[in-house]
Structure formats: C-alpha cells, structure tokens
Design a protein around this ligand. Sequence first.
Ligand SMILES: C[C@](O)(CO)[C@H](O)COP(=O)(O)OP(=O)(O)OC[C@H]1O[C@@H](n2ccc(N)nc2=O)[C@H](O)[C@@H]1O
Ligand SMILES: Nc1ncnc2c1ncn2[C@@H]1O[C@H](COP(=O)(O)OP(=O)(O)OP(=O)(O)O)[C@@H](O)[C@H]1O
Length: 301
Amino acid sequence: MTSLKAGPAPGAPAPRSEFARAKVNLALHVVGQRADGYHLLDSIVAFPAIGDRLSLMEGAGLAMSVAGPFASQLADLDPKDNLVLRAAALTLEHAGLDPEGAGLHLRLEKSLPVASGIGGGSADAAAAIRLVCDHLGIEPDDGLRAKALKLGADVPMCLAMRPLRARGIGDDLVPLAHLPDAGILLVNPVVPVATPAIFRRLSEKSNPPIEASDGWDSYAQMIDMLCLMRNDLEGPAIALAPAIAEVLGALRGFPDCALARMSGSGATCFGLFETAGRAEAAAGDLRRLFPHWWVAAAALT
Ligand SMILES: C[C@](O)(CO)[C@H](O)COP(=O)(O)OP(=O)(O)OC[C@H]1O[C@@H](n2ccc(N)nc2=O)[C@H](O)[C@@H]1O
Ligand SMILES: Nc1ncnc2c1ncn2[C@@H]1O[C@H](COP(=O)(O)OP(=O)(O)OP(=O)(O)O)[C@@H](O)[C@H]1O
C-alpha cells in the first residue's frame, strides 16, 4: 500500500465524496463487561451535520492524502494505519480484490478534532467503506459490517449514520423512529483523550440500562428523558482531562442550553438547544470567549 501526497491527474473524472458525520453519544451507559475486556454499552446516538469530508478519485495503488484544519493531528500517523486506508483495503479485500491494484486515491478533509469522543476516525472509516462500495457497485453486507467492527466499535453505527440506540459493544443497532427538531453545539477544549485510558479508569461497570425508547416527539420530552440518562465515562474523563469540566460549565452558562453532557470518552461535550439558530448564537459567544476551543453548531439531525 502506498501513500501519495499528490492528488488525481489533471482532467481526471470528478471525485465522489462522502460526508463523515460526527457521532454524538447523547447518553452512554456502561452496563457490563465481556470476558475479552470490551464493555457492554447502552447508548443513544445522533449524527448532526458536522464532520469530515472524504473524496475518492483515480490514483496509483491505494493511497490517501489529508488536508483541513485538523490534518496536523494525523501527521505522525502512518497512512497505512489511518482508518480510511484500513477501511478501504478491507472493503476491496471483502470484494475479492487486491488493494494494491485498486488505482484509488482518497482525500480526507479533516475538520473534526482527533481522539475527541465523536468517532472521527470511525466516521472516516465508514465513509471510506461507503465510497469504495459505491465505486464497486456493491452494498455493505453483514459480512463487511462484521469485519468493519474490528476496525473500531463505533464503525458499524457510523455506517448507519442515523439516530439510533446502540447496545452490545456498540454494534447492536436499532434506529430511533423519531428525534425532534433541535440544535446542537459541540465544544472540544482541544485536549486529545485516548478511549482505552478512560475505560481503564472506570470503576463501576454494571450501571442501569437506558429506559426503553424509540425516540421522542417533542423537544421538551426528549430533554426530560435525556436528563434521566448519563454518560458513565464523564467522571473518569474529567479526572484525566479537567478541561472537560470547564467546557461543561461554559455550556451550562447559557440559559437556553437545556442539557450539557460529554460525548463518548471525551473530551468533546455537547449542548442541546431548541433550535440550530440558538446553538449557533451560543457558538459565536464561545468562539469569542474561548478562541482556542473547537466549537461547531448544527441541527441535531
Ligand atoms: C466510547 C465509544 O465512543 C462510544 O460510542 C465507543 O465505545 C468507542 O469506540 P471506538 O473508539 O471505535 O472503540 P475501539 O477502537 O473498538 O476500542 C478502543 C478501546 O476502547 C475500549 N472499548 C471500546 C468499546 C467498547 N464497547 N468497550 C471498550 O472497552 C477498549 O479498551 C478498546 O481497546
Ligand atoms: N482518519 C482518522 N481520523 C482520526 N483518527 C484516526 C484516523 N485514522 C486513525 N486514527 C487514530 O484513531 C485514534 C482515535 O481517533 P478518533 O478521532 O476516531 O477518536 P474518538 O473521536 O475518541 O473516537 P471514539 O469516539 O470512536 O472513541 C486516534 O488516536 C488516531 O491515531
């Protein structure tokens, strides 16, 4: 597998492109642990329109390049270890093809902070699978989804990329029938947090599951129900990265922020607002007050 910095040849066909939306755990309960160490989860997950962009074009062998605001956070990562190339190779092999002979170049526009609890790498991997499948004229099947899970527990949910409830190790997925209109604000203090370190610090691994739900009709109902839920990784993550508490404090300072919580293993936190406009207004304030933080707002779905 090679990595070329150069993009496609001039005059080549326009690239296909996919949006790799951030995965936000609106609630994350840790309900058990498997013999192999992986934790059993119960999570409500949304995919707002905030994310990376991945494009597929003609190239030599199988290669990738990275640009965008957070490209520098991946500069030390060997491209063959990048989840984009690993997912593309996996998909080609699943289709019985040699990745070396693929003639494909993937260009990643990295806009999500790395190691931030919003599944950026998993979202990129899922986008690579979708793009390569589309290129080959195939659909991701159960066999490919099972292989994708080995890339990361979040990859199958990022392949689904729609509001859902995730159980098991994050791979038992049930779509939510409906989420109401709302706005979401994502804030990261630009402190990378490694997921294994947070799970290691977790002392209570048998917490109550989420009360059954297939979604909510109104904003008020959604907030009431989410307020009864938790992110069980929040305490261990704050102990390791105290800036998370500062972010939560800033979000809770907005009177119209109905709920502020950490996503995944952190450090990104989210705030929920009644509309995307209100979330965007709060984003503007935070960008002025904390210019070194990463701040993004959008509609919840
Ligand atoms: C915390 C979440 O982001 C919630 O969506 C995910 O569970 C983590 O997903 P991910 O980063 O794609 O996870 P992986 O790359 O498969 O695992 C990273 C590490 O997290 C821990 N891990 C992950 C998922 C899980 N259900 N239990 C775990 O204990 C394991 O130590 C594993 O070595
Ligand atoms: N395309 C990619 N984008 C981001 N990280 C990648 C990528 N490919 C490989 N990685 C590696 O994966 C690790 C986890 O990064 P990622 O941004 O997915 O974390 P995360 O947002 O905490 O994920 P999760 O919420 O799934 O735990 C990083 O340390 C990075 O080295």
